[in-house]
Write a protein that binds this ligand. Structure first.
Ligand code: AP5
Length: 242
């Protein structure tokens, strides 16, 4: 049975739109899955959406793979249609967790305008602007996390061979699948991804900070403790606004 934290089906609260912001390896994907378990709202990861397009060799996937393979951000315009389509799905009504979007100031402006137009003006839920949780982690730790990351191709669970190893080497604890290493978790690509974060994504935090819609959590703590800080931030700031 799907784990739903302390919230039973039917009594789950609205979280509204939540954005997880942070450098590559900060734990956005790991914590997004915790929010899904706790609040029953969907995770929308633009990295996962793009990787699925690459795997299926769609036109978007063929364009995106060139940028992703280098560690560069994919051009903004290639993201808008896939994000818009996903946000229009009915399961987003109580809220959703965006993991990896927005990543540029232009994407942040697009998202606010999209929500304003599609949701507020068309009487659809959720009717509030996103609340942003930035996960802070220092660069030495990020390096260890990215080089040690392994993912289950079947259930999506994320491991780390240094920090959170599976019970049996390279096999998923849940379904026994052979774990895989992401194509962009190579030293030279990691360097470029961290640079892209510094140059293009840091201004996104400033955009939300100026609007009073951002809190930071200490992402260097163990996963459960980071999750507790995030749930606390959601309880304090997020759901009641919508
Ligand atoms: P994306 O898939 O979004 O990658 P990313 O932002 O680089 O983030 P990661 O997935 O690497 O890290 P994470 O923060 O999710 O950490 P995780 O939980 O896995 O994007 C990939 C590419 O797609 C981009 O480079 C770009 O090209 C393109 N793209 C995507 N969105 C885009 C957009 N909006 N615009 C343009 N281009 C876009 O954890 C990492 C590791 O640490 C794991 O091994 C985990 O087990 C471990 N770990 C996590 N938390 C802890 C903890 N508290 N303690 C110890 N270990 C931990």
């Amino acid at each position: 049975m799907e784990k739903r934290g302390h919230l039973e089906e039917g009594t789950a609260r609205r979280t509204g739109p939540i954005i997880l912001l942070g450098p590559p390896g900060a734990g956005k994907g790991t914590q997004a899955k915790r929010i899904v378990e706790e609040y029953g709202v969907p995770q929308i990861s633009t990295g996962d959406l793009l990787r699925s397009h690459v795997k299926n060799a769609t036109a978007l996937g063929r364009l995106a793979s060139e940028f992703m393979g280098r560690g560069d951000l994919v051009p903004d315009e290639l993201l808008y249609d896939i994000v818009a389509e996903r946000l229009r799905a009915p399961d987003c009504e109580r809220g959703f967790v965006l993991d990896g979007f927005p990543r540029t100031a232009a994407q942040a402006g697009w998202l606010d305008a999209f929500l304003q137009h599609e949701f507020f003006e068309n009487s659809r839920s959720p009717k509030c602007l996103p609340f942003v949780i930035r996960i802070d982690v220092d660069y030495n730790e990020l390096w260890l996390r990215l080089t040690g990351r392994r993912t289950c191709p079947l259930c999506g669970r994320i491991y780390n061979i240094h920090l959170q190893p599976p019970r049996v080497d390279e096999l998923c604890d849940i379904d026994g699948s052979q774990l895989v290493t992401r194509n962009d978790d190579r030293d030279e690509v990691i360097r470029e991804r961290l640079l892209a974060y510094e140059q293009q994504t840091r201004p996104v935090a400033e955009y939300y900070e100026e609007k009073g819609r951002l809190v930071s959590v200490d992402g260097s703590l163990p996963v459960d403790q980071v999750a507790r800080q995030i749930f606390q931030a959601i309880e304090t700031h997020a759901g009641d606004r919508c």
